[in-house]
Design a protein around this ligand. Structure first.
Ligand code: 13P
Ligand code: SF4
Length: 378
């Protein structure tokens, strides 16, 4: 068994890579990929830019990428073209204890450490622990299942694992809530209020049963005791800054100007948008629907710009519009570019890995419990 690989002094500094052309970077990336062969697996989230996606062995939505990391059998390094919580999840799943009994540890690398997620940052572990304690003074916490969206730090996944809870993604949130309600009569859902609300509304839970917990409020997350006592799902006050920008009037304008258009959005969009859409689903589902769409049909899609632009290019037989008149792109996903990818790969090939992601053992143990519950549900 191999010990944890941590960062070493890089043989190559990042700066010079930034002035290389995309052609030069691409050919050097290809060279490392050939050299490392099946030892290296490059995973890419659908929101990555096309140049980066072109170098990914596999791409997927958050759930599919978790499965790929968990099911990986023979690679030694995963370079994760996505954001921080995704690389942490890959480390937790690829290096689970039973796998390490027979195989070497997998090194997980995030090409740019500044590729975070503003939504994940909206729920800090101390805020969630405070909320849990405060809730426990009013209601029985044994009767609450904490559910964290996968877009959260490993410390939060670990918190839910320790408290009988579970992780969800945008593709399995309904199944995860059903799992939760088989165990308890209430759920605390974080960090994305919109995914929690949209999913719960579709299951027949009303907004009156979904108070929003503001971690900055002085008491009870800004709610009356009665609102908490009558709750089914307590929603954390967090959101995705990209999907928050889609508005109901964007849907109305497209419907007016393009009769017959179909509107498809990601469930991280606010309720007013989600309610008006024809289809709501994860990035994986959005792609699947577009792949099966009837030639000549017209669509407006409300999710991150890079994915919508790629779908437009890949499907000239369809008329695809971006749902918002303003640019909604994930600035942190965009930090992963060819310069960072090439820099991390050449350091890896040289034996001086940089930007390695390694979750500590105790956090991994409980996060894995919460992630495994999710994988078992779907
Ligand atoms: P999915 O890939 O699960 O649809 O999530 C979208 C997203 O915002 C990832 O950060
Ligand atoms: Fe986070 Fe939103 Fe970017 Fe996804 S799109 S990584 S939820 S900020």
């Amino acid at each position: 068994m191999m010990a944890t690989i941590t960062d070493s002094t890089p043989a190559f500094e990042l700066q010079p890579y930034k002035s290389l052309s995309n052609e030069e970077l691409s050919s050097r990336i290809d060279k490392v990929r050939q050299q490392m062969g099946s030892e290296l697996m490059i995973l890419g989230h659908h929101y990555q830019q096309d140049e980066v996606i072109a170098h990914c062995d596999l791409r997927g939505d958050s759930f599919q990428l978790s499965r790929m990391a968990a099911d990986n059998v023979d690679c030694k390094v995963i370079v994760f073209c996505g954001v921080h919580f995704m690389a942490e999840t890959a480390d937790i799943l690829a290096n689970r204890p039973e796998r390490l009994e027979t195989q070497d540890r997998v090194t997980v690398v995030l090409p740019d450490m500044a590729a975070g997620c503003s939504m994940a940052d909206m729920a800090a572990i101390d805020q969630v622990e405070n909320a849990w304690e405060e809730l426990g003074e009013l209601i029985d916490c044994e009767d609450i299942t904490p559910v964290t969206y996968i877009n959260s730090a490993a410390s939060l996944k670990s918190f839910v694992g320790r408290h009988g809870g579970i992780v969800c993604t945008s593709s399995n949130a309904a199944a995860v809530l059903e799992w939760s309600f088989e165990r308890t009569s209430r759920v605390l859902f974080f960090p994305d209020q919109h995914l929690g609300r949209n999913t719960s509304l579709a299951m027949g839970i009303s907004n009156e049963q979904m108070p929003v917990w503001d971690p900055f409020a002085l008491e009870m997350g800004g709610n009356s005791n009665e609102a908490i006592e009558n709750s089914k799902v307590i929603l954390w006050k967090g959101h995705c800054s990209v999907h928050q920008m889609f508005q109901a009037e964007h849907v109305e304008t497209f419907r007016r100007e393009h009769p017959g258009i179909q509107i498809m959005v990601h469930p991280e969009c606010p309720q007013e948008v989600n309610d008006l859409a024809d289809i709501s689903g994860s990035t994986g589902k959005i792609i699947e629907v577009i792949e099966q769409a009837e030639a000549g049909s017209t669509w407006a899609i409300g999710t991150e710009l890079h994915l919508v632009n790629r779908l437009k290019k890949e499907h000239p037989e369809l008329e695809i519009h971006f749902l918002s008149p303003v640019v909604c792109m994930c600035a942190t996903m965009y930090r992963v570019d060819l310069a960072h990818l090439c820099w991390t790969l050449e350091n890896l090939a040289h034996g001086t890995p940089v930007n390695t992601i390694s979750v500590d053992q105790e956090t991994q143990r409980w996060s894995l419990v919460a992630l495994q519950r999710m994988l078992d549900v779907k």
